[in-house]
Write a protein that binds this ligand. Sequence first.
Ligand code: MN
Length: 488
Amino acid sequence: MRKYEFWFVVGSQFLYGPETLAIVDARAKEMAAELTKVLPYPLVYKVTAKTNREITDVVKEANYRDECAGIITWCHTFSPSKMWIDGLRDLQKPWLHFATQYNKEIPNDEIDMDFMNLNQAAHGDREHGFIGARLRKPRKIVAGYWQDAKVHKRIGDWMKAAVGVAVSKDMKVMRFGDNMREVAVTEGDKVETQIKLGWQVNTWAVGDLVKEMNKVTEAEIDALVAEYEKSYDIATDNTAAIRYQAKEEIAMKKMLDREGCRAFSNTFQDLYGMEQLPGLASQHLMAQGYGYGGEGDWKVSAMTAILKAMGEGGNGASGFMEDYTYHLVEGQEYSLGAHMLEVCPSLAAGKPRIETHHLGIGMNEKDPARLVFEGKAGKGIVVSLIDMGGRLRLIVQDIEAVKPILPMPNLPVARVMWRAMPDLTTGVECWITAGGAHHTVLSYDVSAEMMRDWARMMDIEFVHITKDTTPEKLEEELLVKDLIWKLK
Ligand code: MN
């Protein structure tokens, strides 16, 4: 995983004289150092820019340097914005405009015109904001005192979303076989997606994976099984099935890493030469940060990897999910989400168990091993990226996950139970109105605001279903957006 950082660019001009500029420079340095202690990624102070040239220089460098995941600008003093036009026009990295000021309070006794000339972010940031609006440049605006914890959280979340942009632009997806036959929502324009989101989506033969599996040694399998035993409870005597999953995982990981892919998809309809659909294998790869999509769903696979990278510590609690069935008892309305096998253990409330069960669907000759667990309770989101033909739509719905209200002792897969907002049935109506897929990424630590930031930076349509959404309002919103995105 790449190490990312963000650059702090402070706007000013020569009008104030060298003493004022020296103070601005020292304070910017101090602020970047202090903010680095509380933000998820380092904030590196680059320059107090006084000229068009200084701005275009720092932008060129930011565009060129892979480790720079975005820039944060602020105007301690007034910085005339015509000198920002060339730089901002060429900026290819995410941009956050931080409207803050060095002092928290207006100092009653000491305030004079010198103080006013040094501390004029209130109008400096308005001049800076105008040129962002005038250029129609996508940017995040965060206003507030720079030592306020709420401000740190918002900047930190934006940083994580910007890392999601960097990961997206670097995304390679390995597809083992094609999509499940006849399914519409898992399809999409791969060329358009590469132009827009940067994803390289390509296919490898299942036969190549089988060849790679045949090269895996018993010693490699022993080592991985020992790792499984450390992380999970073994609740099966079928060690052959666990060893077979280990062999699949090792082979897939080698192929993914060799090609620089951080996401993959497969389908139960094409397991030619394999005894088991990868279950435990895919789940343990997801736990390491790889994205996965079932039935050839490369869009949800890449999105899973991106949300994971946007989460806590660069590999958060996010996983591939599928809406399966509803509990429609009044007052206890919930969705039950699961998958055939492949639910990421980062969603688990407790220690997952390895079990083996018969899997009737697909080409499985033998019973696949898989992790079985209950999902965590807590607030979260589900995310779906769909291809509307000519554009991509990102749908995010707020959810409240609960401890599953039934033990379901015969259900042989991991399960998560949640209530979609605004309530289960209205939420379903909204989701279906927007065209959201049955496959989603479910996340406990990526917020809807982070996904909104990500969609703005990627320049794609964003739809958010919240506790306040109604099907009527949503229908109107989608009609308007349909027109806007046709014009764009
Ligand atoms: Mn599925």
